[in-house]
Design a protein around this ligand. Structure first.
Ligand SMILES: *Cc1c(COP(=O)(O)O)cnc(C)c1O
Length: 429
């Protein structure tokens, strides 16, 4: 597989390099040189396969002979050990539940495949994963790499801006997982990570690697569950399929669009955001004007400068699609609370992230269309919020209940790069 840096097309790398480097020069994102295409009959054949076998074929179509078919099958089997079921919510709307993995959020898919791919391509090199999280990436990455040899993980997150349970889920592990609460917001955490990657001395000394949604292996893995969703739909539902994606860093939407470039016949996508609405405003006005990030109930989407946006622009450019055709919608906290209640009345328990995608989908779905919204997190992951909205209690799944009483092991740090650098340089293996 060949990939190029979106900021400098002359920088070309293999899949192995892209997975290990994360970002290219000048913090540029890597993007595939070839976008593999399947014919309608090839798609039909793929849809008949089981999730793991089909996903291995999709990933091999991108990655090629850098990973053998047998190895790919093994990696995907290790990574995707849980289902992605479509549940019916209304006659014309279903939800793709992506939260049945160990950390109860969709980021388990990308995080676990990335961990598998990295161990595969890096052989015996020592690696430090540095990543910023607005909530869920951290847990997914931590669990994906926990106890893996020659790899350690350092996770930055905005102190007090993720849910207490989210924090427990990845800040209580110890061993090769190190967590740092930064006294600022997610964009600051992300900026500290980017700065670290620009520091070549630091990078070389600790074998820096990123594992947030900018890593191409995560995005490729996420393509697979769009096929899995489609495979579960009835013929009529497949005809005019609209998919609504609750978006923060826009990794999930990028993966969905890549599924479409491969030939999966999705009629259109909707980018649903919370009050951090840089993209919907950009699509309206043509002006890229990020505001200060604001805290919302859907905190994993509190991102005002979405990292993956350049990849989405590149897809539209490469496929000669018009950006105006991308659906969009912005949902306030009040509206997302109301949507959680509305879904509960229809007998479906949700949480604010998925509910945002539902709201925009319900408002924009047309007659004869079938809509799917992505269920990105388990309702219990946002227990306090959901209980407040619905006025009833929600059971904690075993994964969370176990961790709720454990001690947090995080360091607390100011927004200070010199301090972070010092910490990283002196971290013991
Ligand atoms: C990360 C996350 C999102 C946003 O996904 P992006 O790929 O960053 O757009 C939405 N919902 C939940 C629950 C998340 O954890």
């Amino acid at each position: 597989m060949k990939l190029y840096n979106l900021k400098d097309h002359s920088e070309q790398v293999s899949f192995a390099q892209a997975v290990q480097q994360g970002l290219g020069k000048g913090q540029g994102l890597f993007f595939p040189s070839e976008l593999p295409k399947f014919s309608a009959s090839e798609i039909g054949a793929l849809l008949k396969l089981d999730f793991v076998t089909r996903s291995a074929k999709i990933l091999s179509a991108f990655i090629g002979n850098e990973i053998s078919d047998d190895d790919m099958q093994r990696l995907v089997k290790n990574a995707f050990q849980f289902p992605a079921p479509v549940k019916s919510v209304e006659d014309d709307i279903g939800t793709l539940e992506l939260f049945h993995g160990p950390t109860l959020a969709f980021k388990d898919f990308g995080g676990r495949f990335m961990a598998q791919a990295l161990v595969q391509v890096a052989a015996d090199k020592k690696i430090t994963i540095l990543t910023a999280t607005s909530g869920d990436t951290g847990a997914a990455v931590a669990h994906a790499f926990y106890h893996l040899p020659n790899i350690r993980v350092v996770i930055l997150y905005p102190q007090g801006k993720i849910s207490p349970l989210q924090e427990k889920l990845f800040c209580t592990l110890g061993d090769n997982i190190h967590t740092i609460a930064i006294k600022s917001d997610f964009d600051t955490c992300q900026a500290l990570v980017k700065k670290s990657f620009d520091d070549s001395e630091l990078k070389a000394k600790i074998g820096l690697n990123s594992a947030n949604s900018i890593n191409i292996s995560r995005l490729l893995a996420q393509i697979c569950y769009y096929f899995e969703a489609f495979a579960q739909l009835a013929p009529k539902q497949r005809e005019q399929l609209v998919i609504s994606v609750p978006s923060g860093n826009f990794g999930d939407l990028t993966a969905g669009l890549l599924a479409k470039t491969m030939g999966l016949p999705i009629k259109r996508f909707i980018a649903a955001t919370n009050a951090n609405d840089t993209v919907p405003r950009y699509l309206e006005t043509g002006k890229w004007e990020p505001h200060q990030t604001v805290a919302t109930l859907s905190n994993a989407m509190d991102v005002s400068q979405p990292n993956n946006w350049p990849r989405i622009e590149e897809i539209y450019h490469r496929e000669a699609w018009t950006l105006k055709s991308l659906g969009r919608g912005t949902v306030t906290d009040e509206q997302s609370e109301a949507a959680v209640r509305e879904l509960d009345q229809k007998g479906y328990l949700s949480e604010p992230h998925g509910a945002i995608a539902y709201r925009v989908l319900r408002d924009q779905l047309q007659a004869d269309e079938y809509g799917l919204f992505l269920g990105t997190a388990h309702p219990a992951k946002f227990k306090e919020v959901v209980e407040n909205i619905l006025g009833k209690s929600i059971a904690l799944p075993a994964e969370l209940a176990e961790r709720a009483d454990m001690t947090l092991l995080s360091h607390v740090m100011d927004n200070d790069f010199a301090h972070l650098r010092d910490y990283l340089m002196n971290l013991e293996w």
